[in-house]
Design a protein around this ligand. Structure first.
Ligand code: PLP
Length: 382
């Protein structure tokens, strides 16, 4: 294979250990492995961390099929589903697969296909995505509707809208206050189940910055993979923990040079002739493009690392290839290894191209950079 992703299993375990240091005593660690484990390879990641986590969270029921045989831990399905999705649960142990419900329609589907499945009720506290607001009649009516199914209710969950984008967390604290409101209402409707209900609200950033958000379990995605949810989150966490809380990036994306070409000065490069050489230029061609997850917005902007040196992208990102300028790097050969995301260290130098850098260059967030790496690219455990 001409392109592959290396997964650093020690870094995954290191990140989990770091979170354990800041978790309250009885808070469980659920690893969010949706979107092919944020591009890291869901099967590979589950295999590495199964012994170190308390459960897994995914978006879609089809993802249950990918990990069900690889773990005996609980699996929380956080996204939507239809009848033909629920059918996939029929042969599974429903004592460890939990759904999230937001409305009656979902309960009706559940009654029809998997009537015994347990679920969390999603509460909208300010994201305005799934669930109803606890201060609305929708929420009360939904709880009323759920009375006959009370033994299947595991508890409540919500999701924060704004932790990552700010350094002061008043919006999140307002969301938490609404969540506490929702709990009280739930206890009023189901007083006999009060002691049994479980609650969760926090993803990576809230877990670090808002201790009260940790509740019974936390749902850790991006930072399990050693990436910060955002720069404001990184700075805020540093203020709290200094160097006591650290993250190690887990993923390195590599490829190999497939062709080398030397062209004279004033030669156009790539589709649209968007780049023109100013001197005689040695070009290396690499076999990844926007189909593989190397975003087209990185055209003429990003760089890769070859032989511990930066090589700039020249011309547009093609569907399956990019071109880089290697004029200044001696002895580049076909077959030489190239780092697309990751770090290269020698005794004298450290060169790095991080998911954060690529995100900045293409106007997006590190989440999107890693989840877009095509699933067909092999993930290799180191
Ligand atoms: C994706 C997701 C998470 C994980 O978020 P990170 O910021 O990646 O830690 C947690 N909860 C829900 C509901 C999600 O959809």
């Amino acid at each position: 294979m001409l392109s592959w992703v290396e997964i650093d299993s020690d870094a995954l375990k290191f990140n989990i250990k770091n979170f354990r240091k800041i978790l309250k005593k009885n808070t469980k660690f659920y690893a969010v492995v949706k979107s092919n484990a944020y591009g890291h390879g869901i099967k590979e990641v589950v295999k590495i961390i199964d012994d170190y986590v308390d459960g897994f969270a995914i978006n879609h029921i089809l993802e249950v099929n990918e990990i069900y045989e690889r773990t005996n831990k609980p699996i929380l399905v956080m996204g939507g589903y239809d009848k033909n999705d629920l059918v996939h649960l029929l042969d599974k142990d429903l004592n460890r697969i939990f759904l999230v419900v937001s409305n009656k329609e979902q309960i009706k589907l559940i009654r029809e296909i998997v009537p015994d499945v347990h679920f969390y009720i999603k509460v909208d506290t300010g994201m305005s995505r799934l669930g109803y607001r606890p201060d609305s009649n929708y929420f009360l009516q939904f709880l009323e509707y759920l009375k006959p199914y009370k033994n299947q209710i595991l508890g409540l969950m919500t999701h924060f809208a704004n932790v990552e984008d700010v350094t002061e967390q008043s919006y999140a604290y307002d969301q938490l206050a609404l969540f506490e409101e929702a709990k009280k209402i739930l206890f009023r409707y189901f007083p006999d189940k009060k002691q049994l209900f479980q609650f969760h609200t926090a993803a990576s950033a809230a877990t670090m910055l808002i201790p009260e958000s940790q509740q019974n379990l936390v749902r850790i995605g991006i930072s399990l993979y050693g990436l910060w949810p955002s720069l404001p989150t990184k700075l805020s966490a540093y203020n709290i923990y200094k160097n006591k809380f650290q993250l190690k990036p887990v993923l390195t994306w590599k490829t190999k040079v497939v062709h080398i070409n030397e062209v004279p000065a004033n030669t156009k490069v790539g589709y649209g002739c968007s780049y023109q050489t100013s001197t005689k230029t040695k070009i290396a061609v690499l076999p990844v493009g926007y189909n593989e997850g190397y975003d087209r917005s990185l055209s003429n902007r990003s760089y890769v690392i070859i032989k511990n040196k930066r090589a700039m992208l020249i011309g547009r990102v093609c569907m399956n290839m990019i071109m880089v300028d290697v004029t200044h790097i001696p002895d580049v050969k076909i077959g030489d290894e190239v780092i697309l995301i990751g770090k290269s260290e020698t005794n004298q130098t450290v060169e790095e191209i991080s998911a954060d850098t690529l995100a900045d260059l293409s106007g997006t967030i590190n989440y999107e950079i890693v989840t877009r790496i095509h699933p067909y690219i092999p993930r290799i455990i180191k």
